[in-house]
Design a protein. Sequence first.
Length: 148
Amino acid sequence: MNAYTYGRSIAQRRKAMGWTQSQLAEKIGVSQRAVETWERGIHLPLLPEIIEEALKMSPRVVNDFRWQDDALCKDKDPDLFFPGPGESTMGKEAKEICKKCPSVEPCREWAIKHEALGVWGATTARERSRLRSKLNIRLETPQFCYAG
Ligand code: SF4
């Protein structure tokens, strides 16, 4: 299994569920950093079956995430969207992809409220942090309605 391909798959399915990296990490008992490194393809998880179980068991999310159907990042390397320290060039590449994405506006709106890390909606984590301060918005854990 290729670490980049599998990491991309984890990121896509996590986003489709509307989960942050921290939320997935909490569900499977690992650190957010571990999820980030998997999604960036830095290394493969030791026990991928636990991740698969978590994603498979995910309840139906009723929130409207249809904008993710058109996300241009679905087929891109998640490493581009989660650049590490000193990898600002990669963040720029992700932002260029976002600018062409039909979902950029709902994605940005979502990310300002819910995503602390990575490039979302053509904004970096730092830019969204500034926006939250300016707009007096607190970073929130997403609220989901689950099917029974
Ligand atoms: S705006 Fe960027 S991060 Fe958001 S869905 Fe589109 S490509 Fe992905």
